[in-house]
Write a protein that binds this ligand. Structure first.
Ligand code: ATP
Ligand code: MG
Length: 404
């Protein structure tokens, strides 16, 4: 159950900052690194955020760290979490907990000093791993073996654990997307499928957050296939079922070595329909920016189909920006190299005239200024943005003399 980490693994998680925290919190208690960081180091993945668990209550943690001149922020006091900040990096430190009451969405917790109790309320065996200040690994549920085998398994009875917190269904598929190697654990999978009708009880934000994380896995296709085939999508994203398009997108991304984006991948799974994209974004309560991404990606890729003229593409870049045009080219999948070359070679120009230039031409301030500017801008775009300031001013005068 306990074993020492090797030197290299130790160096990755017991960094000087973590050691400083562990040494300080030894005063009357203990802190261990927990969860993702431990799991990731065991499977040879790059370690991201480092979280700690401690036997000390949060107010004691804050007191002790203040004495050690370590900055803290009370980021989740109600459930026992504070964040320590060392060299601009945040470390979440959470007091050991056990659940008192759960309703599928929230949990009422009590603090404990029992590591095993804290481990028991975590979701999967591979997420209930701890490392103490000496570099000893505490593995209560065979999580190391499961992590290495890519087996995502619930701790305890899968159905009971899902009823406590329904989000665990989506978390099961998220961790399967990142770590799954073999066939998924049959009991865990069937529990997720059976209880999927409970998903609509979750808040849109929690669903969106998990889906976004899942979709940024290097290859989210096998996990999403399980989601579709298990009928999970019906209860959260019934429209997101185009596995063939996701597969093509992933191949295109690989060929062009582009980083993953959750909403581009969701765009591939959805039908190319602006109204559907808008309703999915509203249901997931996405930000304005992410909503716009989904909406534009429902229409833009089809406009890129065939042999698109570079000038037309430049006009799209002017309207939607480089990032969305690259995403659209990837989703379209045709002539991506050419599209990328045009996008790379292009910097959006600034329209060379302003309202005051039109005023100087003798037009009184008012709605006609805007109309005139827009008309010249349309013409300027048709010149492939080549017309300079003088030409645009001349065009403004010409359009007024003989409106189209
Ligand atoms: P990542 O590297 O993707 O952040 P992670 O393991 O750190 O992975 P988080 O969602 O940040 O995942 O959660 C941190 C830890 O908290 C998990 O490893 C797990 O032990 C526990 N945890 C988080 N959410 C739940 C949940 N809904 N039910 C039970 N345990 C959870
Ligand atoms: Mg994490």
């Amino acid at each position: 159950m306990t074993q020492p980490l090797d030197k290299e693994q130790r160096a990755q998680i017991l960094t000087p900052a973590v050691q400083r925290l562990q040494t300080s919190l030894r005063e009357g208690g203990e802190a261990r690194v927990v969860g993702g960081a431990v799991r990731d180091v065991l499977v040879g993945r790059k370690v991201g955020d480092i979280d700690l668990a401690t036997t000390l209550p949060p107010n004691r943690v804050m007191e002790i760290l203040a004495k050690a001149s370590i900055k803290t922020a009370p980021t989740g006091l109600a459930h026992g979490t504070i964040t320590a900040i060392i060299d601009h990096v945040g470390y979440e430190i959470t007091t050991l907990r056990r659940d008192i009451e759960t309703d599928g969405r929230h949990a009422q917790v009590a603090f404990t000093d029992d590591w095993r109790e804290d481990a028991a309320r975590r979701d999967f065996t591979m997420n209930a791993l701890y490392v103490d200040a000496e570099g000893l690994l505490y593995d209560y549920y065979n999580g190391e073996e499961d992590a290495k085998a890519g087996r995502v398994r619930f701790i305890g009875d899968a159905r009971a654990r899902i009823r406590e917190d329904v989000l665990r269904i989506l978390r099961f598929f998220r961790f399967t997307a990142f770590f799954g190697k073999e066939e998924p654990d049959a009991d865990s999978l069937s529990a997720c499928c059976e209880l999927a009708p409970l998903i609509p009880h979750l808040s849109a934000e929690r669903i969106a957050h998990e889906v976004a994380k899942l979709l940024t896995a290097e290859n989210p296709l096998p996990a999403w296939r399980l989601i579709v085939e298990g009928g999970i999508t019906q209860h959260c994203l019934p429209e997101a079922t185009d596995l063939a398009h996701l597969q093509t997108l992933l191949e295109t991304e690989k060929r062009h070595n582009t980083p993953p984006s959750a909403w581009v991948r969701l765009g591939a799974l959805l039908p190319p329909d602006e109204a559907i994209a808008a309703s999915v974004a509203a249901r997931l309560k996405l930000s304005k920016r992410d909503t716009e991404t989904l909406r534009v990606l429902a229409v833009l890729p089809s406009l890129l189909r065939g042999n698109i003229a570079p000038a037309t593409l430049r006009n799209m870049i002017y309207d939607y920006g480089t990032e969305l045009c690259c995403a659209a080219a990837l989703l379209n999948g045709e002539n991506v190299t050419e599209a990328f070359a045009t996008i790379d070679a292009w910097e959006n120009p600034v329209f060379p005239i302003k309202g005051e230039d039109i005023v100087k031409q003798g037009i009184p301030a008012g709605p006609r200024i805007g109309e005139s500017l827009r008309a010249v801008e349309t013409w300027w775009r048709e010149t492939d943005f080549r017309a300079d300031r003088a030409a645009c001013l001349a065009q403004a005068q010409k359009l007024r003399a003989s409106p189209p």
